[in-house]
Design a binder for this molecule. Structure first.
Ligand code: FES
Length: 104
């Protein structure tokens, strides 16, 4: 699979992704510099902050994710998520392909 990201300096890149990985892992594996994932997905850092298009078919954030999102710089209501909490699924990949949107 591949998932479209727009980097902080406005380049669109297709990033390799496997089901079961999360968005922080795929972004790190691709070397996207704005997604650090310092805590390794433990909900302790918010350095995996991403913006998802508002209609992306993903589960709502848990309370723990909401709490950590408070620390995300430039948080946008309805778009900000922690990449480590979003799993890659075939449905998600298909949705991005169909909608032509991307993750920032
Ligand atoms: Fe630290 Fe997601 S990697 S909160």
């Amino acid at each position: 699979y591949s998932i479209p990201f727009t980097t902080w300096d406005d380049h669109k890149v297709m990033v390799d992704a496997k089901p079961g990985q999360n968005l922080m892992e795929v972004a790190k594996a691709a070397g996207l510099p704005s997604i650090e994932g310092i805590c390794g997905g433990q909900l302790e850092c918010a350095t995996c902050h991403v913006y998802l298009p508002p209609t992306t078919p993903v589960h709502p954030p848990t309370e723990a994710e909401e709490d950590m999102l408070e620390y995300a710089i430039g948080r946008k209501e309805g778009e900000s998520r922690l990449g480590c909490q979003i799993q890659v699924t075939p449905e998600l990949v298909e949705w991005f392909r169909r909608e032509g949107k991307d993750i920032k």
